[in-house]
Design a protein around this ligand. Structure first.
Ligand code: SF4
Length: 348
């Protein structure tokens, strides 16, 4: 989508003409290798394409190596302050690391990290968060927080630039949607590198998803963003599902089915909410990506408004009518719904 450059993490391309990638971060400490491995497998099953892992301690190097061997998708080690940790992560098989070179006090150590990443063909993600903007960066940006956030990233890019390192993903996040959008706009104008986007500390549940979706959608609509994370207080699988929901709503990527269901009104003839649950529980796991399923409250508007559906159901006075691509397949009493549903789902 947005960037002019592409990077490759163990065969996963990010940027250029690659699909917008969906990523997440495991929430189990690396000391618990079994739980980390099952979290990675569960995330991969949801469609997560890159998994970030906190790597806070050199004593966990062996676990990082094991997790690299067991994870079905590439890992990105998340490192703060220590160049030794970054080197250990690369030596443990991580093909991508997330560092803040500006936070690494040892200049030579930082250069060693960059050199090793270059030798191994690893990708370095650098970024800034709203919470870590320094006083000097704020002064440089004359008090504009979005510009300061972009400037914080620029400082880090310049460190990699001095070492002629180009396999970079950049990221600028804050918990403010508009601040994040403006910072990323500045950066995407300035650099050709792939951009990781998201709203950090977005919150919990629906409110968090809406905040993340608002920010991510605003940026994607401007052609900014090559990989996304919907940061949520909650299970990481929820982040991945929300990520694909956003991409599906924007018609950028399809994964799983597309559900259309009406909000219901005084005309409704069936319990749409329960029926959505029943229909979706009957759908096979391997349903073709992009299949459209519709559940509509009545036959007055339902079949027409959902005429694109691969399988649709609308309530009627006598029960329901089932339709495919706008054409009626059958109508019957509600007691016989499941029988017809199973038959039609089989045909999709
Ligand atoms: S499909 Fe029927 S029940 Fe649903 S919102 Fe439209 S008119 Fe109301």
């Amino acid at each position: 989508m947005g960037s002019r450059k592409t990077v490759d993490i163990k065969g996963l391309t990010i940027g250029g003409s690659s699909p917008v990638r969906v990523e997440s971060m495991i929430k189990t400490p690396l000391s618990d290798i079994e739980s980390c491995a099952s979290e990675c497998s569960a995330l991969a099953k949801e469609g997560c394409e890159l998994i970030r892992v906190s790597f806070p301690d050199l004593a966990l190097s062996e676990n990082m190596k094991l997790l690299n061997e067991r994870s079905p998708v590439p890992l990105m080690a998340d490192i703060h302050f220590s160049h030794s940790l970054a080197i250990a992560a690369l030596e443990s098989g991580c093909s991508s690391i997330r560092i803040n070179p500006g936070n690494m006090s040892d200049r030579k150590g930082t250069e060693d990290v960059i050199r090793l990443a270059k030798t191994l063909g690893a990708v370095i993600r650098i970024g800034a968060n709203g919470g870590s903007i320094s006083k000097a960066q704020m002064e440089h940006a004359k008090g504009d927080r979005a510009a300061a956030l972009a400037y914080a990233v620029e400082e880090q890019v310049s460190i990699l630039d001095r070492c002629s390192f180009e396999d970079i993903i950049i990221s600028a996040k804050s918990s403010s949607v508009m601040e994040t959008v403006r910072a990323n706009y500045i950066l995407s104008q300035r650099y050709p590198f792939p951009v990781h986007i998201g709203i950090t500390e977005a919150g919990i549940g629906t409110a968090g998803i809406i905040k993340g979706a608002a920010g991510i959608s605003l940026m994607l609509a401007q052609g900014i963003g090559d990989t996304i994370r919907v940061s949520l207080t909650g299970p990481p699988a929820e982040e991945v599902r929300a990520g694909y929901d956003i991409l599906r709503a924007l018609e950028i990527r399809e994964r799983g089915y597309n559900l259309i269901s009406c909000p219901t009104c005084g005309r409704k003839r069936i319990d749409v909410a329960s029926l959505v649950k029943e229909v979706t529980s009957l759908l096979p796991e391997n349903i073709k990506d992009g299949t459209t399923i519709a559940v509509m409250g009545c036959e007055v508007n339902g079949p027409k408004e959902a005429s694109c559906a691969d399988l649709g159901i609308a309530g009627t006075a006598g029960g329901f009518v089932m339709f495919r691509k706008g054409h009626t397949v059958c109508s019957d009493s509600i007691d016989n719904l499941k029988k017809h549903l199973l038959k039609e789902i089989d045909k999709i």
